[in-house]
Write a new protein. Structure first.
Ligand SMILES: [Zn+2]
Length: 274
């Protein structure tokens, strides 16, 4: 029997905040013969020095892979690449018009970390350029911002897409995952329960959107729907809630269950009766 052993070192970038939790997780992953860095985090000299040192101790950094091009994940990519000579790998070369990846990876690609092979899973939703890394022998998944260590993930159109997000979650549910390492926060050791909870949470919100449209006597704008659908959420969060609500409406529109009557995404929106 082949013995597989994947070393995972988690280094938390010094960028804590409301959207980043304790800070972005940077992972140095591999075995004594080599490693890769997953999400270099922010451009902080001490953090990147720790990452480089950890990588050197694990046989040297062969590649720097980013789960998606949000600043808290890629901020340190260029500096780390310069320090170590390792290429930056991503799903999209210039997602915001500024090229940052040295080479592209695609769904199904295998990336070697020493002798350990990790598989690239294209998982759009939180963002269109999002990927996860899957180590099949151990069942460990590096999930980026598809899943959060604590709480849920924001889906903000147009870069976020609720329909794609739910499809990505459904795809993960088909894998025998034993542990999820998220982009922020602690490891998740009950992946099936957590993924099922995530899906249930989004579908419950979707049901609330449909119920609110059904209960209203006329088409509703996003601004009218927010306080109804997010009655359980503090009013100070309603600006964020409006973005999530729009993500749900766009998904339901693609499903053919609602339609926008006029104007822009603000609505009004109405139910499509079957
Ligand atoms: Zn993100």
């Amino acid at each position: 029997m082949q013995v597989t052993s994947l070393s995972v070192v988690r280094l938390i970038a010094p960028n804590p905040g409301p959207m980043t939790g304790p800070g972005t997780n940077t992972f140095v992953v591999g075995d004594p013969t080599g490693c890769i860095v997953v999400d270099p985090g922010c451009d902080d000299v001490d953090h990147l020095a720790s990452v480089a040192m950890t990588g050197a101790a694990l046989g040297g950094i062969q590649a720097i892979i980013v789960t998606h091009a949000h600043a808290d994940h890629i901020g340190g990519a260029a500096a780390l690449a310069q320090q170590t000579g390792a290429p930056v790998l991503a799903l999209v070369r210039a997602p915001d018009g500024v090229p940052f990846a040295d080479s592209l990876v695609a769904d199904g690609d295998e990336i070697l970390a020493g002798t350990q092979a990790l598989t690239v899973l294209a998982t759009p939703g939180h963002r269109f350029d999002h990927l996860c890394l899957w180590h099949a022998p151990s069942g460990i998944l590096f999930a980026g911002d598809l899943v959060a260590g604590v709480g849920t993930v924001v889906i903000i159109p147009p870069e976020g897409d609720m329909r794609a997000y739910l499809a990505s979650l459904a795809r993960l549910q088909t894998l025998p995952i034993t542990r999820i390492w998220p982009g922020h926060g602690p490891a998740i050791d009950d992946p099936p329960a957590r993924l099922a909870g995530y899906v249930a949470h989004r579908l419950a919100r979707e049901a609330q959107v449909l119920a609110a449209l059904r209960a209203a006597s006329q088409p509703q704008t996003v601004a009218q729907l927010v306080p109804v659908v997010y009655a359980d959420t503090d009013a100070s969060m309603h600006a964020w809630a409006a973005k999530s609500l729009l993500a749900h409406l766009l998904k339901l529109a693609e499903d053919g269950r609602v339609r926008r009557l006029a104007g822009d995404d603000a609505g009004p929106w109405e139910l499509v009766e079957a």
